[in-house]
Structure formats: structure tokens, C-alpha cells
Design a protein around this ligand. Sequence first.
Ligand code: SAM
Ligand code: SF4
Length: 344
Amino acid sequence: MGVALAERVASKAPAPLIDPFQRAITYLRISVTDRCDLRCVYCMSDDMQFLPKRDLLTLEELDRLCGVFIDRGVRKLRITGGEPLLRRDIMHLFRRLSRHLGSGALEELTMTTNGTQLGRFAPELAELGVKRVNVSLDTLDPDKFRAVTRRGDLKVVLDGIEKARKAGIKVKINAVALKGVNEDEIADMIAWAHGDGMDMTLIEVMPLGEVEGDRTDQFLPLSVARARLEQRYTMVPLPDRTGGPARYVRIAETGGRLGFITPLTHNFCESCNRVRLTCTGKLYMCLGQEDAADLRHALRASPDDALVTQAVTDAIARKPKGHDFVIERARPAAVPRHMSVTGG
Ligand code: SAM
Ligand code: SF4
């Protein structure tokens, strides 16, 4: 039992969330919108149908749900989407959630973003206690960026990253490794990110949601990418674990950290500490499984939190041991829901 968990038990705080495999759930990801201003080719189709706005939880409801999780020992929140900074008044939610940083109940409030709106919001995010963000960026070539995102302007994203760093926010770059698209660029991107003091993580394409085309065409095993990188860089394995799918190395030549997220070639479920909430109040206990609990009903049935707290307890008791992604079975998608619904 960790120290924080032991302290909670001793202080008779509400029971921590422990799943059937004795994993403590301390990390909640919240997808605040399924909408996005980009259409990354591996993430969604060009004519993606978004949820009707009336189905969304309000920001007050999202705040209340987060409070229930924090009461039960969740220490880290990640706001994601869709593009989280596109949700109207999203700063209101950050403002509300930052009170848990002030009280010490929450260790970290963070976000994954495509960076298009980051320039606008970075100063306020920093003021509210957001210390780190992940920015997704798959290429440093403006034409490729436009092609991968089907519409994005690389300059805007680079400017957003710059503004975040100037505001004192640590930026980590997340890049999806894409066969025939950015595979020859990854080594240079690492040099760029590390040169500016940013960590970088490579992600394997996951079979989530229908996209145009065939994901097996996009899939570049990170074992292949890593072998190529080893011709240029010396990788020193790091013990760092976040309870998530990433494994880290230090690159001797740059001094920077590089992560590998390999859901398809390595299973990372045994230490999973996270669950995911959608903008409609569905709680997914696993990114790679279909089972979800509808928390919206419990939330709206009573102003008291007892019902929704019980619904969360029941949901965690159903958290599966792991996922079952296999890229060969990914046609059609292994999981019909897009990453933008559950949040990356
Ligand atoms: N829009 C924000 C962004 O792009 O950072 C947040 C949401 S996005 C769904 C979160 C992460 O999921 C991004 O890093 C994106 O590259 C990744 N992603 C989306 N679809 C994916 C897929 N099918 N396989 C692997 N990663 C995916
Ligand atoms: Fe939008 Fe992020 Fe999906 Fe790209 S990966 S389409 S930025 S949600």
C-alpha cells in the first residue's frame, strides 16, 4: 500500500478506488468535448459526426463528477478531448478544478491538446496551476502537418508551444509514428524537442473508431522506429513509470527523455491506474474495451453525491484486466469508439 493510500485509510477518508486486480485508481482523464478543429487521419474521418451539444454534461456537472473522484483518492486529472480548448468556457472548469490543487487534494491538473488554441490560453492555464501539458504534433513539415491534420497550420501550433513555455508550462510532445509519413523525421523531431528542453513520446496507432482508409497502412511498430533511432542515438532505459503505457529512455546525445507507448506490441495493463470519463458522463474503465458506466443518470437523479459515488464504486468493480488490441483485427476498428470520444 502506498503512503497516500495508507494515510487515507488511517484518516477514515472515503474508501479509495481499488479495482478487482488490486490496482488503485488515482488518475482520471476527462474528455470535455468530442469536437475538434483538426481531423488527424488516424483519429477521425473528414466528415466526422459529432455528438449533439444537448447530450454534453455541463461544466458544473463535470466539476461535480471530478470532485467525487478526488474524494475517492484520484490525484491526477487530465483534461482532453476532442480538442479540450474548443469547449466553450473551458477555463471555467480549470478554475473550478484548480481549487483542489490549492487544497492539496489533487497533485496534478494537466491537459492534452493539439496546441491550436494554446497561445490564447497558456497564461491563464499557468496561473491556475497547470504545470505541464502534452501537445500532439506528428511532424515539423508544414505541408505534411496540413496533410496529416487535413487542415492545420503548423505555425499556429509552434507559436502555442512557445507561449506555453514562456508562461512557465512544461511541454511534452506526443507524436504518433506513421508509416510513410513521419518515420524518416522522428530522429530530427527528437533533436528539436530535446534541444528546447521538451520530452517527447512516440505513440503507436491504435484501432479506435472508423477512419477513411486502412490503419494497417499507417501502423509503424515502435520496435522498428526504435531500432532505426538506435543507429543515431544511445538509449539509456529509465525506470520511470506513470501507471500508464509509456516506457522511457534517456537519449545520451541530447540528455532528453523519450517515451514509447506501445499498446499493440506490448501489453501495459498490469499497472493501469486510470479510467476515462466522456463529455456525456460515460465512464470507460479501459480504453480498449467497450464496457462503460453511465454516470450522467446517477448524477442527475439526485443533488446528493451518494448515488453517483455508488455508481463509481460499481464501475471500478468492473474494470477489466486489460485490453485486446490486435492491429490485424483492426478492420473494421477493434473498438468502434474514436479516441476523441474517450480522450487520449
Ligand atoms: N486533440 C487533442 C490532441 O490531439 O492532443 C487531445 C485529444 S487526442 C484524441 C489525444 C491523443 O490521441 C493525441 O496525441 C493523438 O495523436 C492520439 N490519437 C488519436 N487517435 C489515435 C489512434 N487511433 N491511435 C493512437 N493515437 C491516437
Ligand atoms: Fe483532433 Fe486530437 Fe484527434 Fe487530431 S488527434 S483529430 S487534434 S482530437
